[in-house]
Ligand binder design. Sequence first.
Ligand code: 8X3
Length: 222
Amino acid sequence: MTRTAFITGATAGIGQAAARRFVAAGWNVIATGRRRDAAAAAEAGEVALLLNNAGLAPPMQTLQEADLDASLNAIETNITGLVALTRALLPGVIARKGSVINLSSVAATYPYRGGAVYGGSKAFVRQFSLDLRCDLHGTGVRVTSIEPGMAETEFTIVRTGGDREASDALYRGMNPMTAEDLAGTIYWIASLPPHLNINTIELMPVSQSFAGFQVARGESGS
Ligand code: 8X3
C-alpha cells in the first residue's frame, strides 16, 4: 500500500531533499511551502508521516537589538504553525500508526548570542516532541526530534535577509552537512522497524563543535 508523507517547507533545502527521497522510495508526498494547506490534507485523512520541516530563523541579533516582528514571525512559524498542523493531521497519523518527525536544531540545546528566539523556539520543538510521545503512548505512533547543526541550505540566506555572500562565507571551507545528508537520516528514521522510536537525534558536521562560557569583567559585568 502506498503511504503518504506530508512535508512542510518542501520548496527548498532539507524539505525538498526529503520529499525527493520519499518519492524515490515509492511514497506519495504532499509537499507544502505553507502550513495553511493543512486543513485539506487533514480532510483527506491519508497522512501516515508528518515531517514538520518548515522553520524560520530571524536575523542573528540580540533580543535588545532585534526587530520584534521578525522574532514573533519566527515564533509563529516554528511553534504556532507546527502545533496547529500537528493537531490537524494527528487523527490520520494515529489511524495509520504513523510517524511525526520534527525539525529542531542544535540551537535547542546550545545557546549562542543572537539566537534567543530561534533557539527558544527549537527548544520548544524538542520538548514538544518528547511530550507528544507521552500523549501518543499506546497508539503506535512514533515521534522524533531531529536536531541538526550546520547544514548548507537556504537557512543562512534567510537568516541574513538574503545575503548570499555571508552565507557562502559561513560555510566556506568547513564541509557542512547537506540537505541530502539530513534527508537520508529522516528517511532512515521513517523506515526503521515499527517497534523502534528515535526520540531525539543530534547531528553536526565534524568541523563544528562547541564553544564555552563568556565572562564580562568590571563595571559592566554585574
Ligand atoms: C541551525 C543550526 O548550527 O547553524 O539550526 O545554528 S546552526
